[in-house]
Design a protein around this ligand. Structure first.
Ligand SMILES: [Zn+2]
Ligand SMILES: [Zn+2]
Length: 216
């Protein structure tokens, strides 16, 4: 099991990165990305610190921890530049906080994110077919989430991704230990979104491939 979208005390998570990773390991996870919420005020504070601690965690050998960032409520016109700067600074997994149904995320965020150098468009809400096609063409993964609220549109995301052959990744968006729901519950939530067993296997493999891409 892998979660490429999680939060530590560097944004609104409950735990410092070392405990977050240890909790994930104890819950049976092989890899996580720590992707704290960021805008222009804090991305350059978070990334170097996550790089430092993720290196320490990973070298112990229990779990792979990737330093990432979740660009959140950033003006759509600024997403591409901030993603570029985050990448340059060493973020291995770049997530954009997409147009979830449960927050007033600026309209145009999904589209701008898909034009940028990012890895995952998180909780993309009522993503359009045109946007999903763009994700497929650009190798950006669309997120199926186990997180309350954000998960309202999982069924829509699953359906549209299948239609245009966009790649999916399942994330926990973990903010506290209980959010690492494990493979069994994650599978049930994915089935609830209408994915087939085969599609779910592919989705879990996509997370592995993303880890490989990030480590390359
Ligand atoms: Zn988010
Ligand atoms: Zn998040």
């Amino acid at each position: 099991m892998i979660d490429l979208h999680s939060h530590s005390i560097f944004s609104d998570g409950d735990l410092i990165p070392a405990e977050l990773a240890q909790r994930a390991f104890a819950a049976g996870y092989q890899a996580i990305a720590i992707t704290d919420h960021a805008d222009h005020s804090n991305f350059d504070f978070i990334i170097p610190r996550l790089i430092k601690v993720c290196l320490k965690i990973t070298e112990k050998g229990n779990i792979t921890a990737l330093p990432g960032i979740e660009l959140t409520h950033v003006d759509p016109r600024d997403i591409a530049a901030l993603a570029r700067e985050s990448r340059k600074m060493g973020a291995k997994i770049i997530v954009v906080h997409g147009e979830t149904l449960v927050e007033p995320v600026p309209a145009g965020t999904n589209l701008s994110a898909l034009k940028a150098d990012i890895d995952i468009l998180a909780h993309p809400g009522l993503i359009t077919e045109k946007e999903a096609k763009m994700a497929a063409a650009r190798g950006v993964y669309l997120e199926i989430t186990t997180r309350k609220g954000h998960s309202f549109s999982n069924g829509h995301v699953a359906k549209i991704a299948a239609k245009v052959k966009a790649k999916l990744v399942l994330d926990n968006d973990a903010h506290s230990p209980a959010d690492f729901v494990g493979k069994e519950m994650a599978t049930k939530i994915a089935l609830g979104a209408g994915l087939t067993a085969k599609e779910i296997t592919v989705m879990f493999n996509n997370a592995k491939n993303l880890v490989q891409r990030a480590l390359a």
